[in-house]
Design a protein around this ligand. Structure first.
Ligand SMILES: NC(=O)c1ccc[n+]([C@@H]2O[C@H](COP(=O)([O-])OP(=O)(O)OC[C@H]3O[C@@H](n4cnc5c(N)ncnc54)[C@H](O)[C@@H]3O)[C@@H](O)[C@H]2O)c1
Length: 355
């Protein structure tokens, strides 16, 4: 088990990663000495792990429906009423047990209940372990826009037990590994080597091998978040592959999953960087091979590059219509806020989709 500290001044917290990290739950709760505890999870994770955990902790559990559909104002209302029923007061504690959906929803609920109470993240997907549980972004969707309503609210602790990944569906595993590859290519050449050499163990869900890449990714995200908690600048590096990736998700009507879409987005970004003379052809090749090793982006349904191109300028992170690209310079390093000529974007997106 490894520990990474997210050293945000005045709100520093530990992320415990590894096989057996959940054994620290009792000690973590005791340290926080809450007046009451409530667990929020989804039905799938509830059945697998939540009900046991609630019995052990002698606390109540609320299960939302699995999937993005739980990130709504309606479900938020139900969660807040549950906290009220449980008589969770200002010194109470929420445990968010599940994937990114539960983490975002329960974290948001904790951030507004009684004007903000403490919460612990217990992420159970790779995405949640390496991305959503660390950094303090919480939120829900409106009918038309994802993560439109939210807060910055840091957890008091994160416990990422890689053993629970044994039950994660393959497709969710692949999605998470796409984000890990994103961290590696844009921030950490050593992590690229680990991914290249430990593929077999990782795909077999070996908890120790997973511990290494999860702890590595958390460390990278923690560094970025400490630099830029509120996402005003350097945190943008975490969007590597996401500019085209989001556009692909939208253009496909969300038939293409986030992980596969950002993998394709990374292929676009690396090719843009190469054409601009920022990186060499080897980077493009190394990244293509690493992605392919993990089945990414995989066979994607046909979508028109024109639709993707039409969506890119609407990127959520664009300011005043200007898209800031994240482009790799070499393996393990990327530049943020780059402007790319429109003709080049068109050319490369069309090429990548013609392959
Ligand atoms: N706050 C942030 O910084 C941030 C970052 C990235 C993503 N997100 C958000 O995270 C969400 C995506 O998260 P996700 O990919 O974890 O999705 P998710 O929470 O929907 O989980 C995916 C599926 O896996 C199931 N599951 C979870 N853990 C399991 C386990 N151990 N065994 C078996 N099944 C399990 C869930 O029930 C669900 O059906 C999105 O809403 C996204 O906006 C937030």
């Amino acid at each position: 088990v490894e520990q990474v500290t997210v050293a945000i001044p005045s709100r520093s917290y530990p992320v415990t990663v590894g096989a057996g990290a959940l054994r620290e739950l009792q000690a973590t709760i005791s340290r926080l000495a809450p007046t009451g505890v409530a667990i929020i999870t989804d039905q799938t994770v509830g059945q697998l792990y939540g009900r046991n955990l609630a019995a052990e902790q002698e606390c109540r559990l609320y299960e939302v429906e699995p999937g993005e559909s739980a990130k709504t104002l309606t479900v938020l209302g139900q969660v807040l009423e549950f906290l009220e029923d449980c008589k969770i007061d200002r010194k109470g504690l929420v445990i968010a047990l599940g994937g990114g959906v539960v983490g975002d929803l329960a974290g948001f609920a904790a951030s507004v209940w009684k004007r903000g109470i403490r919460f612990i993240q217990v992420p159970t997907t790779v995405i949640a372990m390496v991305d959503s549980s660390v950094g303090g972004k919480t939120g829900i969707d409106t009918r038309r826009s994802k993560n439109a309503i939210g807060t910055f609210w840091q957890p008091s602790a994160v416990l990422a037990d890689t053993r629970v990944l044994s039950t994660l569906p393959d497709e969710e595993m692949t999605a998470g590994l796409a984000e890990v590859i994103k961290y590696a290519i844009s921030l950490d050449a050593e992590l690229v080597r680990v991914l290249q050499t430990s593929r077999g163990q990782l795909l077999a869900r070996d908890p120790q091998a997973l511990e290494r890449i999860v702890a590595g990714s958390v460390g990278l995200k923690a560094n970025v978040v400490v630099e830029d908690e509120r996402d005003h600048g350097p945190r943008a590096v975490l969007n590597y592959g996401h500019t085209t990736g989001h556009a692909i998700e939208v253009a496909s009507g969300f038939r293409i999953s986030h992980g596969r879409a950002i993998a394709q987005g990374m292929r676009v970004a690396a090719r843009l960087a190469q054409r601009l003379g920022l990186c060499d052809r080897d980077l493009v090749k190394t990244q293509d091979e690493l992605l392919a090793d993990y089945g990414l982006p995989g066979q994607l349904p046909k979508i028109s590059p024109e639709t993707v191109l039409a969506v890119i300028p609407r990127d959520a992170k664009a300011i005043g219509g200007r898209v800031g690209w994240v482009l790799p310079e070499k393996i393990g390093r990327a530049r943020v806020g780059m402007t790319v000529p429109q003709e080049l974007v068109e050319k490369v997106v069309k090429e990548v989709f013609a392959e």
